[in-house]
Design a protein around this ligand. Structure first.
Ligand SMILES: [Mg+2]
Length: 252
């Protein structure tokens, strides 16, 4: 029997954006899926955010692997694994020039409204929000619409790239109000270095198109990619996968 692990993106895959996981999906994963395969999650957000979205009670016991910040913060069977940091790779000097440029750019940016927390400094990435992260749900939606019409994030990224062409960084637009910046290769494929001993790694994600934060891991040769439209679709595709696994078992 081949050893299988299902690896899930969080936002838009296990949960609706910014919401908590639906009880039925959580139950299906824990009560049915987990009896057949190992399970893991890989989110771009920090660990506290992921805990909130996935009902933090016993989270580390529920999943074989938990990867926050694309796997820069990693837990295997309840144990924290060693990780790198963005400052160790870029260096304090260059990193500060970079942050100063971002703050300067935001200070000159005129939007319909602004809130607070424009840069969130994480272990392996910077999360940059032109409108500020402490938006209400309604303000997120409003900014997202404005961004779609005016390409605020896209233009911001172009300006940064022009200013720092020599820095080997990846820019990834995910979610509604921000984008991530991280060293090349520190996308979600980063977490795959921690996963060992499986014949098949099934990855489920919603932002699998080019430029999306699931694109690299979805396309990776190491994974079997499943593109989903949201939690309901994830559940539907999991049921199909389980049926296939059971059929294979019957054939043996
Ligand atoms: Mg997602």
């Amino acid at each position: 029997m081949s050893k299988i692990i299902c690896l899930f993106d969080v936002d838009g895959t296990l949960t609706e954006p910014q919401q908590e996981i639906n009880v039925n999906l959580d139950k299906y994963i824990q009560d049915i899926l987990k009896k057949q395969v190992d399970i893991a999650i890989v989110g771009g957000s920090d660990i506290n955010k992921i805990k909130c979205q996935l009902n933090q009670e016993n989270l580390f016991k529920k999943y074989n692997y938990i990867f926050a910040e694309n796997g820069l913060v990693a837990y295997k069977n309840n144990q924290k694994l060693q990780s790198e940091t963005i400052q160790s790779v870029i260096g304090e000097e260059k990193l500060q020039d970079f942050i100063n440029f971002i703050l300067c750019y935001i200070s000159e940016l005129k939007l319909p409204f602004k809130r607070g927390t424009f840069i969130e400094f994480r272990t392996g990435m910077l999360n940059i929000s032109p409108v500020g992260r402490n938006c209400t749900k309604e303000e997120r939606k409003r900014f997202n619409k404005y961004d779609t019409e005016n390409q605020i994030r896209e233009k911001f990224i172009q300006a940064i790239k022009k200013e720092f062409p020599h820095l080997l960084l990846t820019y990834s637009i995910g979610g509604e109000i921000s984008f991530d910046v991280f060293p090349n290769g520190w996308d979600k494929t980063y977490c795959l270095r921690h996963i060992e001993g499986y014949d098949e790694i099934h990855f489920f994600g919603d932002k699998t198109k080019i430029g999306g934060n699931d694109y690299e891991i979805y396309e990776s040769d190491l994974t079997i990619g499943h593109r989903v439209t949201g939690p309901a679709d994830t559940l539907r595709q999991l049921k199909i996968l389980i049926n296939l696994i059971n059929e294979k078992k019957m054939q043996r």
